[in-house]
Design a protein around this ligand. Sequence first.
Ligand SMILES: [Zn+2]
Length: 113
Amino acid sequence: MHELSLVGAVVDEATRVLAREGASRVLSVRLLLGVLSCADRDALEICFPLAVRDTPLAGARLEVVPEPLTLRCAACGAEARTWDPILACGACQSGAVEVLGGRDLVIASLEVQ
Ligand SMILES: [Zn+2]
């Protein structure tokens, strides 16, 4: 249950935001699901309500937005966005690429109360 541990990290992060904002619960959460997180969107949506039970996110509306992999090539400088989880430059095939985005499951926005 990889998705369960990912949601656990989201709960931790959201709890920190709540404390900072002086809010008590999350009404909705929008998550960016990076290609490299290897999480399945359907599995995420199914396990989310279970994973957030007894947390400030209980009952929150979930929106999952898939995020492509964004790479920058150290060899030729090309930047590319791709839905394929392949760490190589599409222009020169170099493997010396830096991951700029699409690595993790991250919170894009939270609506709190
Ligand atoms: Zn390149």
